[in-house]
Design a protein around this ligand. Structure first.
Ligand code: GLA
Length: 776
């Protein structure tokens, strides 16, 4: 519901209220964002100033109208009229000054969303989605700012963006324009961000906010894994299940920026939008500029609840409608199996084994085109390498489909290798500056998406392959940051980054509309472009090139602050792991990957029969529960034990709990399993999975337990390892929700003294999954 009760604007979702008012001066004062509020309270939520403060500038000395803007919590601000808090705007006005003064002009209430011309926005999907446009006008020039608000009632989420319209006679230049600004009282906040890098995406950091400006941004050209665009502002003391927190994320895949500014007088200002660094946008007479959309929400119940708002919103209003609630297929991806070294025979062999194990979609990754036998050449070309693929992509796709698998293909459409046919023909398609040696990233350059001809080239080339091979899936990769940015197709180079992103969105939406049913998984060397902009086009993202389950624990957990499990693509790969050389149990690799969209990325020929049998069981298990594992509510646990991590996913009456042991401690503590989100009065059956072990788990120690002495280096031991599995302890109890939430005392872990089939064997990197179902 959105209502206007002069002078108040009230935006309400299921359990939250957002309110602001038009002040006497016609500036907008922000009043409230929090739990649902009675409208009667609105009268008393404004800032109460009874005395002149020292050192402030009044907006106007006119009787009854003098307002020290610096002391107000404002809804959006201008620059140069007395608000000295960090400004959301830096605009060179028609008179050459940077001074603007935007005040209330009019407003409009709208059913549903307000569509955008060029930028991706959330879709409604519910008749309770309502929008509000509040138009502000500069007091001197015919320049307008439309503040666009949309409420997504069912998700407890709202979105904000602004459009600047220049109806003045002269051009103006925008150097900074934030999508939203949010002012609150308080100096007791912290800022949660996800930072990292390649193969260490999504690492959570909490920074105390003190006086000054705290920035989370990217200037790489993409959202980047250096700093994900999502930011949470949390009150000190807030944790996973307790406390007040505000979440912000941007539907944008380019240079983003969030600033949290703690100013004097205890006002804290948050703003989010396009990174103003290296940005300058010329806005001519009658032109308008639209910012990307900010997604925001609040919870008084801690970070898990805040994430659930975001997750619901993404599953219902961000990902393409045709994938809403649609379970995602289990993938076998060729990359870590073969890298560039494959031929049709190898691929078909892999597909055949995958099919036998229950896998549903075969994805041919990099290396299928042009001279692409390593990463030195070929990007930009689309001719199939028939030395590797005798019957072309179509031939391969047909054969794979004939086996009963779906078929998908890897592309890196935004790139060109200097060593490629395309470069020889159209070197000018690449992004570089004349007279400067361009910096290469993975031996490649960027294609200039500011150029219409380039956009058409990509769409045409991709369409041809999609049509020919009737692709079911596309992996859309992007493997370098932007440098040497210049395009002769734009006048002001300060417009490059944003024009590139608009070009990318144009290509993606053209292909999305043309092929609505293709499942697009986006990727950028893993999670280097994990953002809401990309999720508008493809419902899942390759979370990280790091598939080591122990490394993945914190990566997936980090991403879960903003993104639901249905968006996290997770693969099981071989051990020791390619990036860490860590040896991990197959069960743990699956147990981590199953919290999201499961896939495999390995050559099955390196696995034993026993391991293949286990994989088959894992896949069967995943298929039985995948709806819950992809679309359930994910719960994180407070990190009070560095040696363990716990995941829980819950949907309706089913719950899955993952207990991951990062390192074994000698003589370990006794442990409790403490579930969340159960109904205290209901009864539940909880059962763990019997994760049988092979003999080699115990190595030479086994000889102490058996009547015959076995040497682990000899044939008999190896044979028995293949044939004989040892049981692991199972928990199988029926208990009330109250008991399970209070904490269930688990069976003791192996303590180096004794083993029988009731001893819980976890070991280093061990894990256990518990299924909890309502029992009648
Ligand atoms: C990137 C991706 C990988 C793989 C390779 C192929 O690194 O993240 O998954 O597709 O490119 O070159």
């Amino acid at each position: 519901m959105i209502s206007y009760k002069e002078p108040f604007f009230i935006l309400e979702t299921q359990s939250l209220t957002y309110a602001f008012k038009v002040m006497e001066t016609k500036h907008l004062e922000h009043l409230y964002y929090g739990n649902k509020l009675s409208h009667d309270d609105l009268e008393n939520l404004h800032t109460k100033l009874t005395a002149k403060a020292r050192g402030v500038v009044d907006y106007s000395e006119t009787e009854g109208k003098d307002v020290p803007l610096d002391l107000m919590t404002l809804e959006y601000s201008s620059f140069g009229k007395g608000d000295f808090k960090l400004s959301p705007l830096e605009v060179k006005m028609p008179d050459g000054t940077f001074v603007s003064d935007f005040i209330y002009h009019k407003h409009e209430l709208i059913n549903g969303i307000v569509p955008s011309d060029k930028l991706p926005t959330a879709h409604d999907g519910s008749d309770q989605t309502k929008s509000l446009i509040v138009t502000l006008k500069d007091t001197k020039f015919d320049i307008y700012l439309d503040l666009i608000y949309t409420i997504f009632f069912d998700s407890d989420v709202m979105t904000r963006r602004v459009v600047m319209r220049n109806h003045s006679k002269k051009s103006i230049s925008i150097r900074k324009i934030m999508s939203m600004m949010f002012d609150i009282y308080g100096n007791h906040y912290e800022m949660l961000t996800l930072d990292g890098g390649g193969i260490k995406e999504g690492q959570k950091h909490i920074t105390p906010v003190s006086y000054g400006t705290y920035i989370n941004s990217s200037s790489t050209g993409i959202s980047s894994y250096k700093h994900n665009p999502g930011v949470i502002l949390l009150e000190k003391g807030t944790h996973e299940d307790y406390g007040n927190c505000y979440g912000f994320n941007l539907i944008y895949s380019g240079n983003h920026y969030t600033a949290i500014d703690q100013s004097s007088h205890g006002i804290l200002r948050v703003m989010q939008g396009i990174n103003p660094s290296f940005f300058e946008w010329d806005l001519k007479h009658e032109q308008s500029f639209e910012t990307p959309t900010v997604v925001m929400t609040f919870s008084s119940k801690g970070l898990n609840d805040l994430s659930h708002h975001m997750h619901h919103f993404i599953n219902h209003h961000i990902i393409p409608r045709q994938f809403k609630d649609v379970v995602r297929p289990i993938v076998i991806n060729s990359w870590e199996a073969f890298y560039f070294d494959f031929n049709e025979k190898k691929l078909l062999n892999l597909a055949k084994k995958a099919k036998h194990l229950g896998i549903e979609l075969f994805v041919l990754d990099d290396g299928w085109f042009s001279t692409r036998n390593n990463d030195l050449s070929g990007l930009g070309d689309y001719d199939v390498n028939t030395k590797k693929l005798k019957t072309g992509i179509k031939g391969l796709a047909d054969k794979i489909r004939h086996m009963g698998l779906k078929f998908g293909l890897w592309f890196e459409p935004e790139m060109i290798n200097p060593n490629s046919k395309l470069y020889q023909k159209h070197g000018e398609y690449s992004v570089q500056i004349e007279g400067r040696e361009p910096s290469l990233g993975r031996h490649q350059l960027l294609l200039d998406l500011c150029n219409k001809e380039v956009r058409k080239y990509i769409i045409d080339q991709m369409s041809e392959i999609i049509d020919e091979a009737k692709l079911d899936y596309i992996k859309w990769d992007m493997n370098r940051y932007m440098t040497d940015v210049y395009s002769k197709h734009i006048k002001n180079q300060g417009m490059f980054f944003h024009t590139y992103v608009l070009g990318l969105y144009e290509i993606l939406s053209t292909l999305r509309n043309k092929y609505p049913n293709i499942l697009i998984e986006t990727c950028s060397s893993g999670g280097n472009r994990f953002d809401l902009g990309m999720l508008i086009f493809g419902p899942q993202i390759w979370t990280s090139d790091n598939t080591d389950p122990i490394a993945r624990l914190s990566i997936q957990k980090g991403m879960s602050y903003f993104y639901p499990l249905s968006t996290l693509s997770n693969h099981v790969s071989l051990s020791p792991h390619e990036q860490t050389l860590r040896k991990t149990p197959l069960h743990t690799r699956f147990n981590v990957a199953m919290f999201g969209v499961l896939g495999y990325e390995l050559d099955f020929k390196y696995l034993s029969k026993t391991e293949l049998k286990i994989i088959k069981e894992h896949i069967l298990f995943y298929k039985m529960h995948r709806h819950e594992l992809q679309f359930g509510d994910f719960y994180r646990f407070n990190e009070d034990d560095p040696y363990h991590m716990y995941y829980q996913v819950s949907k309706n009456d089913k719950h899955f709990y993952g207990d991951f042991q990062i390192l074994t401690l000698p003589n370990p503590n006794l442990e409790m399993l403490k579930l969340k989100r159960l109904d205290k009065d209901k009864s539940y059956h909880m059962k763990s999975i019997n994760q049988k072990m092979t003999l080699d788990k115990f190595g030479h120690l086994i000889s102490h337990a058996l009547p015959i002495k076995l040497n682990p280096n000899k044939f008999l031991f190896r044979l028995l390892t293949k044939l004989k599995m040892l049981d692991n302890a199972i928990e199988d109890v029926t208990l009330s929700g109250t008991a399970l939430m209070h904490g269930y005392k688990l069976k003791q872990q192996f303590m180096g003294t004794y083993y029988n089939n009731q001893t819980r064997i976890m070991g280093d990197f061990g894990s256990q999954i518990y299924i909890i179902k309502e029992s009648s």
